[in-house]
Every structure is written in structure tokens, then in C-alpha cells.
Design a protein around this ligand. Sequence first.
Ligand SMILES: Nc1ncnc2c1ncn2[C@@H]1O[C@H](COP(=O)(O)OP(=O)(O)OP(=O)(O)O)[C@@H](O)[C@H]1O
Length: 336
Amino acid sequence: MTILHIDGLDLRYATDAGPAAALTDIRLRVAGGEAIGIVGESGCGKSTLLKAIMGVMPRNATITGGAIRFDGTDLVTAGAEAWRRARWKGIAMIAQSALNALNPVKRVGAQIAEAITAHETWPRAEVEARVAELLALVGVDPGRARDYPHQFSGGMRQRVLIAMALALRPPVLLADEPTTALDVIVQDQIFRRIRTLRGELGFAMLLVTHDLALVVENCDRVVVMYGGLVVEEGTVADIMAAPSHPYTLGLYNALARPGQRHQPISIPGRPPDLVDPPAGCRFAPRCPFALPRCHTEAPAMQVVSDGHAARCLRVAEMDTLRPTAALPETWEGPQP
Ligand SMILES: Nc1ncnc2c1ncn2[C@@H]1O[C@H](COP(=O)(O)OP(=O)(O)OP(=O)(O)O)[C@@H](O)[C@H]1O
């Protein structure tokens, strides 16, 4: 059953250079308990999408179209009060950096308690019991509730943010690069914990990351974003077996895989200027497979198979293009 339905969402940022189309026609259905990975390079609109879902957009952002339906209500038309009710109890978010998100002069336990008391009026003893339960849930000794954030390691601080996000048992958890500041071993521990918690508590998760490998390990489905658009979506299995957008092929090349013959290949160039995006396919200027019409025709999502779609005019040829995409020279030389 769909718990969160993003339907044709458009968002613009007002900038000195003019309106920047940060999100264009985003469509996404999240089923209860499902984990979706949102991948793409920096600047593709991943964080903007999560902020829009939470209703915590910067002041210069405007939603210019579409709906964000949560639990039967379109939060975009229902407005600030509906969003306030949905936030944390319905949809919670783990921020990127625990250092910025935690108050350095407040004890950790008190900060988790605040995540509860800001929304619920529970007796004090119940709040304290829940704080202890939450710390235990994320693998932190509840005895450390009276410590300050600086007494915790980076990984433990990130666990505290997870505890805060889960405090009111939200059915949807948004995670924006929750482990970027941590080393790979700690990152692995945190994700193992998140997987266990999802198994126990059954929340749905939207995980934003530039790391396709994290998505493969932690998610059921993948959404690939480029230049504010969804360019490919499908199950993790479908997208790993048959990536069908040249941009996804580029991201795929950047993955380190066992038995790989060469170094990870990076995609040359930069994501598009969202104030003045390319006329046709937004990826065409960087795409080794772009044809002349790709520079003038903006592709719609094309069905690859049931539940798998890609926004590319050459999607039907992808089986023949894919082997070429795996070669480093494809991404170096002139377009074939
Ligand atoms: N407050 C803002 N005002 C103007 N432009 C913004 C603002 N916030 C983000 N942008 C622009 O919107 C686009 C999308 O940014 P966003 O942060 O959503 O991307 P991202 O994919 O999450 O990147 P990252 O991984 O670096 O967080 C970028 O071009 C960015 O420069």
C-alpha cells in the first residue's frame, strides 16, 4: 500500500540569475516498509526532494506544481499546519551531519526527550523510559543519556540522530547521506543497525546518497536523479542487471566491483545549470551516446520492463550500448 505519493512535483529556487528548476515533475510512490535509494551526483536535487517532503524548504524555494500525498492528505495544498502534524510523527529525517544537528550544550538524552515532548505530552517517567529504549535500540548504552554530544564519537552521534528520528515511531524515514562524515567501518555498522531497525519497526525509508553500492545493500528500489529529474527507476535487481540510462551506466562505472578490469571511470563534465537547463535531454551534453535529436527532444520516461523505466530516447538500444559504456575510452573521446 502506498504511504507516500509524490505526484508531478515541481520546485523552483529564486536565485540572482533567475528561477532554478531544482525539481521537475518528480513522481514517486513509496509503499509501507519499502526502502528506496535516491542516487545522483551533487546538485541533482536529492536533498531538495527530501526537504520538500519534510516541508522544510529554504525561503527562496517554491513548489510550483504537483502534490506530496501522505496518509491521504496532499501536504502541498493542505499547508503548513498539516505539514507540522506530519513531521516527525509521520515523516522523520536523519540529517547529514550530527555535529550541526545536535546542540553542543545540551545532554544527549534531553535532546532525544525534546524530540518527543515537542509533539506529545507524555508523563516525564514515560519520556525517560522511551529515551532509554531509543538509545538501546540504536546501540548506545542508555547510561550515557547524561553525556554531551562532544563526549560521543561521530558514529555514536549519528546513532543519536537516528534515535531522535525514530522517537515517535514514524512510518517514513528520510535519510540524507546519513554516514558521509564517517569512516567506512562505522558507516557499515550504522547501516547494519538501520537494516535491523527496519526489520523490527517496519518503516519505509528514502535514502539519499551518491553511492550506488549503499543502495544495493540497503534498498529495494532505486531512483536515479539528474538535473532535477528522475532519469531512471526500478528495483535494485533490475537496475543492477540492466542499467538503462547512460547516466546510470556512468554511475555504475564508478562502482568498485570485484573482478573489475579497470579503475572506476568517472563521468566528465558537470550537472546542468538549472536556471537555463539544456533544451533536450539534460544529460545529452555529457552523454557519449547522444544523437543530434537528444539535444532538442526532451525524453519522457520510457518503460524498460514492468516497474523499470528510463528517461532516454535510446532506451531500446541499451542492450547493445551497455558493453561500450563499460569502456573507459567511451567516456573520454568524442561521442561515438
Ligand atoms: N537555497 C538554495 N537556493 C538556490 N539554489 C539552491 C538552494 N539549495 C540548493 N540549490 C541548488 O539546487 C540544486 C539541487 O541541490 P540539492 O542540494 O538538492 O542537490 P543534491 O543532489 O542533494 O546535492 P548534494 O549531494 O550536494 O546535497 C543545485 O543546483 C543547488 O545548487
